[in-house]
Design a protein around this ligand. Structure first.
Ligand SMILES: [Ca+2]
Ligand SMILES: [Ca+2]
Length: 259
């Protein structure tokens, strides 16, 4: 069993009657909803404050490890965060390598601009996909459930009168980009940032816990060589692609390394 600890930024793993471990989520604040893809041993955690989906799974041969997060904001604008609350997964939907379909909710009750169900057509196996939002008339606050047999998703409101919204979990849906009251605009499209623990560990070539100019210089100094540390994409050559990997993680830190 997996329990989200919203006040501790962690997930408790319970095996039978005993606590097996506690997964630290670091700066992914206010963990709330949990969804388990038992077919891929991947656990998804929706967080309110840090507006992220965190993925937990196997890393370096160990189960239940903090793997990654994806954070979401409107207009690719960090000041327009999309707080997340409930989350569910439909593992068999979509191509097997895409990681199934994820569904999450965002609510004005948490400071979101609009009440929406968010369809994310790829899981962590494919590094997520930007959400395709569905406007909901009511606050889709607490509950979400997937009927995996009929591919339907149920959303419950937390306001009176109680409401259940049903959305088909199809391969394709047409998104509602903006709140119904606002003109749909490309400025409101949802952007996504993805953080991968494994990639950050690899990109920190000088192993000081942060990706910065020293890592770029290390890789650049070995340009055109076969240096295995600097060859981040393991294609046998240190070149522009390896520099781009470091640049993509610039200023990112290993989990637990302070500001
Ligand atoms: Ca470094
Ligand atoms: Ca390379």
């Amino acid at each position: 069993m997996y329990v989200a600890n919203s006040g501790h930024n962690s997930v408790t793993v319970i095996n039978g009657a005993a606590v097996s471990s506690e997964v630290q989520l670091w700066d992914s604040g206010a963990a709330y909803g949990i969804a388990v893809d038992e077919t891929r041993d991947t656990v998804y955690v929706a967080t309110v404050q840090s507006h992220r989906i965190v993925a937990i799974g196997w890393l370096n041969g160990q189960p239940d490890q903090f793997l990654s997060w994806a954070s979401f904001q409107r207009g690719y604008n960090p000041n327009r965060a999309i707080p997340l609350r409930a989350i569910a997964v439909n593992p068999a939907r979509g191509p097997v390598f895409d990681g199934g379909h994820l569904w999450a909710t965002t609510s004005t009750g948490d400071g979101s601009e609009v009440n929406q169900a968010l369809f994310i057509p790829k899981g962590w196996a494919s590094r997520f996909h930007v959400p395709l939002p569905h406007n909901l008339d009511v606050q889709p606050t607490e509950g979400i459930a997937v009927d995996r047999v009929h591919n339907r998703v149920y959303f419950t409101s937390g306001v009176t009168p109680g409401t259940v919204t049903v959305i088909g979990d199809h391969d394709n849906i047409c998104p509602d980009i903006a709140p119904a009251s606002v003109t749909n605009s490309v400025d409101d499209e949802i952007g996504m940032e993805v953080y991968s623990v494994a990639e950050v560990v690899r990109s920190d070539v000088n192993e000081d816990g942060i990706i910065d100019i020293f890592d770029l210089v290390y890789v650049a100094a070995r340009y055109d060589s076969a240096d295995t540390t600097a060859d981040l994409n393991e294609d046998g050559t240190v070149d522009i692609f390896d520099l781009v990997i470091v640049a993509n993680h610039y200023d990112q830190r290993l989990p637990g390394v302070g500001e």
